[in-house]
Design a protein around this ligand. Sequence first.
Ligand SMILES: [Zn+2]
Length: 171
Amino acid sequence: MEQMFGKGNETQKRKERKQERIKAKAQKKPKKPKVSKHACHPDDHIEELAVKNFQKFCRLRDAYNGGYCISCGKYLVWNDNCDGGHYIKRKNKTVKFDEDNCHAQCVSCNKWKSGNDAEYRKNLIKKIGLEKVEYLESQKGVLLKEPRKRFHFIALNEYYLKKCRDIMKGK
Ligand SMILES: [Zn+2]
């Protein structure tokens, strides 16, 4: 008889525990609604991410199947010894995301020769023409009429992510 009581108690306890679990589940906070994966990035982070993918696009455009450094002409491949080098530096916001302003460049020219600008200019004129080069140069120090907002960077980032994917898929 004692054994049976013992078992009865255990069953009762198990039932109680189950009830508690059900109660706890019911009281759980509802899940947060899904938000864009970029919503948690601070503003400067999303701008950095956008420019990173913009530069990646320029590297892919110029050197996906191999290409040449815009300044010194060294052979390079988009994901090896290759940067997306801005002609007019990135702090000049009106041309920061201008596709004419960023080209595949070897790391040595971009980082150690701070752009190797004289050679960059010569070859850029050959590539896009003097008029476009002079336009880019005219944008030095020019401020954006309205600073770009967070949603602009999110859109730019998505746009260049897609362009990168398209190149890699051979579109
Ligand atoms: Zn170079």
